[in-house]
Design a protein around this ligand. Sequence first.
Ligand code: PMP
Length: 424
Amino acid sequence: MPDSASSYGIPGSATSAADWLDRGYAEDYNATAASDTLLINEQSRLLEEQGRRIIKFGFGQSPFPVFAPAVATLAEHAADKAYLPVQGTAALRERVAAFHRYMDGTDWRAERVLIAPGSKLLLFALMKALPASEILIPAPAWVSYAPQARLAGQHAVRLSTTFENRWQVTPEQLDRYCREHGPTRRLLILNAPGNPTGLSYEPEVQRELAAVARRHGVVVLADEIYGPLHHRGEHRPFARDYPEGTLTTSGLSKWCGAGGWRLGVLNVPDALGDELLTRLLGIASETWSSVASPVQAAAATAYSITPALEVYLDTQRQWLSAIGRWCAQRLEASGVRTHVPDGGFYLFPDFSAYREALRVRGITTSTELTETLLEEAGVALLPGSAFGCEPTQLTARLAYVDFDGAGLLERDPPATLETDMADP
Ligand code: PMP
């Protein structure tokens, strides 16, 4: 019995299983490390153990409870044990399509919807299913796009944005990029309302972006997981301006407060053909098989348009709007520039007005800034560098979620928070 790989006589072979792995890691260019955004949560936890009160604006988890009727359905179906169709149950796909047609005015169709354990997995499956392409990622961006592109063996390209342009890629920038780099297959990821920015595209800018994407044959992946929590005017799905070229993802994690249930949805437009959907179903059947049966049943309840659902969504939107505006005003009042969020629960302030004062104290990067804010003020934020900003840009993501969401759902949201927050 050979007791090590070298016994097989492979030249230069490893001597143990661990050795084999180590050599493999050294040659593996697709490797990706665990996300560093978890670090700040760990530091917050340690400080809390020491008795410090920490305001947790780091982790981006919905503060609101799951929609109660969906919880009841989950309980009723706890004993459901069957594997379900790979694409998701027809009943759920019908509800999801109807929900998005009603909420967004876009052409979602049940036959073109795919259900997965989280939209994160759908994004990855998409990158895996696409033929080799450039994945254009406007930065700052959600932390997982670039590592996912790398894991999928795709070529990720970062498009840097500025505070002045609302941290968004401009139509001119996209057009210039496509012209300068010649024709090739491209997927552009657009996330609105955005994480980490909280911002959506102005309708006029969005229409122009759609026109540029159409002109250059760019496929758009619209990550609209925060769409139903758009709270400043109306959510304008990208598919409304570019229906034939937009893949849209969403799910239960944000608007339904059910991140841990792991349920994401994707709509593949007809015009992109059948091959992509076939490939996605292939990946799904070889990896996750299907989403848990009780969760699909509960999701079908969550995705049913009812007066109770409308109240649930509307109450969340009003609170998020009032709290977001209040936080933005407070930041601005202390000289930290920021945008008023359009949706979701994030702000992305820029502390560069304090650059000189911070430099004197040896603080020159966004990580040093957030570490100092945690240690000295007990406020946990995530550094802008985690989202693809240059380390010396003094930006940070503030997830305004550290409040009692269940309590707020019971109360009538105020028009503004001035009076309410004086009495927290
Ligand atoms: N996209 C964005 C922008 C997100 O913020 C998140 C969750 N943090 C996801 C996708 C993934 O969500 P899920 O996998 O829970 O559907």
